[in-house]
Design a binder for this molecule. Structure first.
Ligand code: SF4
Ligand code: F3S
Ligand code: FES
Length: 231
């Protein structure tokens, strides 16, 4: 299959603004976009910069805007896109080079919601027990791989980069609804600030973008309800 791949490139040492570069390739329709851009880097243009690691939808490092939609390059098949493919960096974060963006603001927001287990009570002799029903309440939000596809598809984040963003709320949800955790009030306080979850306008882009099928908007609503319930 003959395809044309158009990649939005930016070299901070040579360019003043991003530019589109086209590549023509012969590929198997069952190849993934990650295979295609690996091919471009390894055989056509070694200067192309992008992140990837696991190649199996687990590490979350290759989120890109592919034909206008945030996806993981390792999870999209060429045959599902047709013979013209556009690839751009995810939006709302500073582009460092080509498809590589500065993820630090994203991880700053993630760290702000205390995404770890908090409980200073003395541990029981064996372990902190939890029923299957209690575990099921936050099962979906344990699946996050921090790819940023949700946050960088959110129109609120595009206009206000300090909005905490859906990925952080998902990771707060994972601990807020954990029956063993005691850090809920601290997390809700963070999310109640001016750039916290009240900024969400229920646009749903985040839910559509999530490669792990996490019901992101629903998780945001559940945290909102927890906030209202706890006053
Ligand atoms: Fe990626 Fe989904 Fe986690 Fe957002 S919620 S960072 S889209 S895995
Ligand atoms: Fe943004 Fe998702 Fe809310 S796209 S506005 S965080 S529902
Ligand atoms: Fe790890 Fe795609 S390379 S998720």
């Amino acid at each position: 299959m003959q395809i044309t791949v158009k990649i939005k490139r930016f070299d901070p040492e040579a360019d003043t603004r991003p530019r589109w570069v086209e590549y023509q390739l012969d590929v198997d329709p069952t190849e993934r976009v990650l295979d295609v851009i690996n091919h471009i880097k390894w055989e056509l243009d070694g200067s192309l910069a992008f992140r990837r690691s696991c190649a199996h939808g687990i590490c979350g490092s290759d989120a890109m805007l592919i034909n206008g939609v945030n996806r993981l390059a390792c999870k999209v098949l060429v045959q599902d896109l047709g013979n013209r493919i556009t690839v751009e960096p995810i939006r709302g974060l500073e582009v460092k080079k080509d498809l590589i963006v500065d993820m630090e603001p994203f991880f700053d927001s993630y760290r702000a919601v205390l995404p770890y287990f908090i409980n200073d009570e003395p541990p029981p002799p064996t372990e902190r027990l939890q029923s299957p029903e209690e575990r099921a309440v936050f099962d979906e939000t344990t699946k996050c791989i921090l790819c940023a596809a949700c946050t960088t598809s959110c129109p609120v984040f595009w206009t206000n980069g300090s909005y905490v963003g859906p990925a952080s709320i998902v990771n707060a949800h994972r601990f807020i609804f954990d029956s063993r955790d005691r850090g809920t009030l601290e997390r809700l306080e963070v999310l109640n600030q001016s750039n916290g979850l009240w900024r969400c306008r229920t646009a749903y882009n985040c839910t559509e973008a999530c490669p792990r099928d996490i019901p992101v908007t629903q998780a945001i609503e559940e945290v909102r309800r927890a906030m209202l319930f706890r006053g």
